[in-house]
Design a protein around this ligand. Structure first.
Ligand SMILES: [Zn+2]
Length: 334
């Protein structure tokens, strides 16, 4: 009943992949469009510089797009999600060209569309081709590329959440998926040096791992679940944005959430901190100018935010953060 993912991921870059593609429109942002535009053998029929993902803006794109064969998203999450939405609404072939691997929007079927600022996930539209241009991606800020580990690494704590949901809520638990997800984690950790140094191998491995975890999650997503990634560490991230009213680099603050969630599960926070450091991820509150007061409020708001977003993780139900817990977490993250 669940549909398979059919994208092809090609690592040979823009120049080679776009030799034969002539009839296309590009959705992109600046930078990186300036760096990429000269690599296309044929000029795009239209170029949209995407400013935001508000639905009425996206609908204007849908209406002003000429007849083309392909819609191409060139950039990070914003450019790619705009292209995804337009390709979906116009029922056109869709190609993604990630210029940074900080988020996995270039691989997923859902676009994060905003309605007066409230995010709605609309889909589904997978790209049929993902063009990975290693030299373009490597020219993005290293900090952003390293942030791409956050969602993959979230698997570690999400698997703990899944285990508790199995025990307390009789949630369906699939050993085969768990085994494959654990293998993704092992490969991520063993690639840490390359990811830290943003080498070609590091980028290739990170793309492959983002693809594998996206594919493992897809059957669950179709049933309204998010296993085997995106657990309580994401609740920390959502609570942080809600509590502070600021935007953060997703993968970095999901990493902060990984430490908080590991602590709640009574697991080895030292190991998690060591592994996050091995990727060079900026996950400490000070890296993102998060004050002690904001950190504390964020943690206390987690259960409320999870309820509001209709996410149920039983570990949050009966956990009471004491002043000692907050103090210890702050110490671990300082
Ligand atoms: Zn995420």
């Amino acid at each position: 009943m669940s549909r398979p993912i059919t994208w092809k991921i090609d690592y040979d870059g823009i120049e080679k992949n776009f030799q034969e593609i002539k009839d296309f429109a590009v959705f992109t942002v600046e930078p990186p469009w300036q760096k990429c535009s000269g690599l296309f053998a044929n000029a795009p029929k239209q170029v949209f510089l995407v400013q935001e993902l508000e639905q009425r803006t996206l609908d204007e794109y849908v209406n002003s797009l000429h007849e083309v064969e392909y819609v191409v998203g060139v950039g990070g999450g914003t450019a790619v999600d705009a292209a995804k939405y337009v390709a979906l609404k116009r029922n056109l072939k869709f190609i993604t060209v990630p210029t940074v691997v900080s988020v996995n929007a270039y691989l997923t079927a859902r676009a994060a569309v905003r309605n007066e600022g409230i995010v709605n996930y609309i889909g589904d539209k997978f790209p049929e081709l993902v063009v990975v241009d290693l030299s373009i991606i490597r020219s993005a800020p290293p900090r952003l590329n390293r942030a791409g580990v956050g969602d993959v690494y979230s698997t570690r704590t999400a698997l703990m959440d899944w285990g508790v949901a199995r025990d307390r809520l009789q949630e369906r638990y699939d050993l085969d998926t768990v085994g494959k997800a654990e293998d993704v984690l092992r490969r991520l950790v063993s690639s840490a040096t390359d990811i830290h140094n943003v080498t070609e191998a590091g980028i290739k491995n990170l793309v492959a791992l983002q693809a594998d975890i996206t594919a493992l999650q897809w059957p669950y997503l179709q049933r309204g679940k998010k296993w085997p990634e995106e657990g309580t560490e994401h609740v920390f991230f959502y609570s942080l944005e809600k509590t502070t009213g600021r935007a953060f680099i997703h993968g970095e603050t999901v990493g902060t959430g990984s430490v908080v969630s590991t602590y709640m599960h009574g697991a080895d926070t030292g190991l998690v901190i060591k592994e996050l450091d091995s990727f060079g991820l900026k996950f400490r509150p000070a890296d993102n100018m998060i004050s002690h007061e904001e950190f504390e409020k964020t943690i206390h708001n987690m259960k409320y935010v999870a309820n509001e977003m209709k996410m149920h993780f039983p570990v949050l139900d009966d956990y009471r953060f004491t002043a000692e817990d907050i103090k210890e977490l702050w110490r671990l993250l300082s």
